[in-house]
Ligand binder design. Structure first.
Ligand SMILES: CC(C)(COP(=O)(O)OP(=O)(O)OC[C@H]1O[C@@H](n2cnc3c(N)ncnc32)[C@H](O)[C@@H]1OP(=O)(O)O)[C@@H](O)C(=O)NCCC(=O)NCCS
Length: 188
């Protein structure tokens, strides 16, 4: 039996997805690790040219997760994964979603670099990022004040050539995951 679920689809988000996105980013148990924006902020960013909102679905109409990319208007081809959140963690959705995001960023957007910051205590997220080729590149010491505590962040990134090398090297599950996970089919 093929152990890799192949039913995750990544699509571009629409304005009607914003309430579900706001619900996910406000999950109480994600509070430390995930920022959140108001509906107006989401609407403005979604309508702008610098951000791209992506939604992952296992079943049509059911949001399994979302991600926000920033920096699309930058001449540096350096895209920031601003936020990635899944509805049910620990089921492999985040890993498949990130693989699809990498494919989208490097193959469709032709970016040079994909980067993010993550709380150093968010070991699950760091594990997923590293398993898909992200490297640690720096530390922002006590950079974020949240809920009365100063949190240290890790900076992580993957470059286009590292992504291609990873794809070339990957076998078995990784390759099946990448091949089975579709990126947004259209830009509209
Ligand atoms: C981070 C996140 C996107 C990952 O998605 P996910 O669906 O939970 O991840 P997966 O199930 O695909 O993979 C989890 C991996 O982490 C491992 N893991 C689980 N808990 C862990 C922990 N505390 N420390 C280290 N690794 C851990 C699992 O074993 C698995 O690794 P494996 O595939 O090598 O066995 C998701 O957990 C999430 O939305 N978290 C809350 C929001 C968040 O922190 N977002 C990132 C910062 S914005």
């Amino acid at each position: 039996m093929n152990s890799v679920r192949n039913d995750l689809q990544l699509r571009l988000a629409r304005a009607e997805d914003i309430p579900a996105i706001m619900t996910l980013e406000r999950f109480p148990h994600y509070r430390t690790f995930v920022g959140n924006w108001t509906e107006d902020e989401h609407r403005a960013k979604m309508a702008g040219t610098d951000c791209r909102y992506l939604v992952a679905e296992e079943e049509p109409g059911e949001m399994a997760g979302f991600a926000i990319l920033r920096g699309l208007s930058s001449p540096n081809r350096s895209i920031r994964l601003q936020r990635i959140v899944v509805a049910n963690p620990g089921r492999g959705v985040g890993r498949r979603m990130l693989a699809a995001i990498e494919d989208y960023v490097f193959r469709t957007l032709k970016a040079h670099r994909l980067w993010l910051d993550v709380f150093e205590t968010n070991t699950r997220a760091i594990h997923v990022y590293e398993s898909l080729g992200f490297r640690r590149e720096g530390i922002l010491r006590e950079a974020i004040l949240r809920d009365g505590a100063d949190h240290t962040q890790l900076l992580m990134s993957i470059l286009d050539r590292e992504y291609e090398a990873l794809l070339g090297k990957s076998h078995g599950e990784d390759r099946k995951i990448r091949e089975a996970t579709a990126g947004p089919a259209a830009e509209s």
